[in-house]
Write a protein that binds this ligand. Structure first.
Ligand code: GN1
Ligand code: MG
Length: 354
């Protein structure tokens, strides 16, 4: 690890390297030094992010653009991530041709949470709307780091392929059959974003695309500092950011809590988050985008259920798991959340004035 860090120009000597955070995709480590800063070292999951050059291009452009917008802010170093260039190539990643690594400055005195209250949700809504607004005029072209990442038609297709291939033999499990039966009737409705896009009535914008609660840094007063985990910053529908935050924040329990009786869709979180979001994003949202925000709140638990379920059927090849039924437990939880969200659509419409 030390020798990997040596490829990046950092002042100070490395004192200690230890695991950090709860990400399901990359391996993340905290590098403590005797210099002014500590660092986050990440091994980029190259099996998932096939084009690391494009991935870091997106991140470099997005952070540089946000940095320009925040110029003069005395707290800028806590409000936008800073990736260090590799000594040899000047790029913001280092590779030995096999594994890919990057290093960013660890933001001081910041906190992440797995659950949030309405006040935090309001600031999160403002922050994500602001994030999208800041990137709305980015001059660079960003590519899709995972093509069709939040394309529900693709996710549905991947589920059908997994079911037919039955690679892990799990289609024999009665619960797997029951979940499939529960999910299928909603598939067509859930794919409506792609249809609207094809009809030319729904735009793609630069979005964060992984707005789960633990991808945000808060300061000690509960104010948002910045959004982290920028791997999926790319063109998408605004539904991505709106829906994925609520998927993780409006659920009173974690996405892998086995006690699904506790799963619910918290309207106090929805009210606060959408109020913040509409304050900062309301200016650029089209009527079609706004009209479909309640749909987005249902789509994301549905899509995540389909993704966890597909991975379970495939034999757990995508998400890190801690025990054999982990992806099935996650699926049950997200299916329950989807039903809870669906039941609250009329209340959501009322809340945002539709
Ligand atoms: C993954 O990287 P992480 O753990 O923040 C996933 C998201 C899922 C999330 C579910 C690149 O996010 O799309 O919503 O797990 N990221 C990727 O917890 O697939
Ligand atoms: Mg993350």
């Amino acid at each position: 690890m030390q020798s990997i860090v040596n490829h990046f120009a950092i002042p100070g000597k490395v004192l200690d390297i230890q695991p950090l955070g709860k990400g399901l995709i990359n391996d993340t480590l905290l590098v403590k030094t005797d210099g002014p800063d500590n660092y986050v070292l990440q091994k980029i999951n190259h099996a998932i992010f096939k084009d690391v050059e494009l991935l870091q291009h997106n991140i470099d452009c997005a952070t540089a653009h946000i940095r320009r917008k925040l110029a003069g802010d005395p707290d800028i170093e806590r409000k936008v991530l800073r990736f260090l260039p590799c000594k040899e190539t000047g790029k913001t990643y280092w590779t030995d041709g096999n594994t890919y690594w990057r290093l960013s400055v660890f933001i001081k005195d910041a906190f992440t949470y797995e659950t949030v209250d309405p006040q935090y949700s309001y600031s999160a809504g403002k922050a994500f709307g602001h994030f999208e607004a800041m990137l709305a005029d980015i001059p660079d072209t960003l590519g899709e780091t995972i093509p069709d990442f939040h394309n529900m038609e693709l996710r549905a297709r991947q589920l059908h392929e997994a079911v037919s291939a039955n690679r892990a033999g799990r289609m024999a499990e009665p619960e797997v059959q029951a979940i499939l039966k529960d999910l299928l009737p909603y598939e067509e409705e859930m794919c409506k974003a792609e249809r609207m896009y094809r009809e030319g009535i729904l735009p793609k914008r630069i979005c964060h695309c992984d707005t789960k609660v633990n991808n945000m840094l808060f300061d000690a007063n509960g104010e948002i500092l910045c959004v982290i985990d920028l791997d999926t910053v790319m063109p998408s529908f605004v539904f991505s950011d709106f829906g994925d935050f609520l998927r993780t924040a409006a659920n009173p329990v974690a996405e892998d809590d086995p006690d699904i009786a506790k799963v619910d869709f918290r309207m106090d979180i929805f009210d606060a988050f959408s109020r913040g979001y509409l304050e900062s994003a309301g200016g650029f949202l089209t009527p079609v985008e706004k009209e479909n925000l309640p749909y987005a709140a249902c789509l994301f638990p549905y899509m995540q259920a389909v993704r966890f379920f597909t991975d379970y059927i495939n034999g757990d090849i995508y998400y890190k798991i801690r025990y054999p039924s982990h992806n099935l437990v996650r699926t049950r939880n997200q299916v329950a959340l989807f039903h809870a969200a669906t039941a609250h659509v009329p209340a959501m419409r009322k809340s945002i004035g539709l």
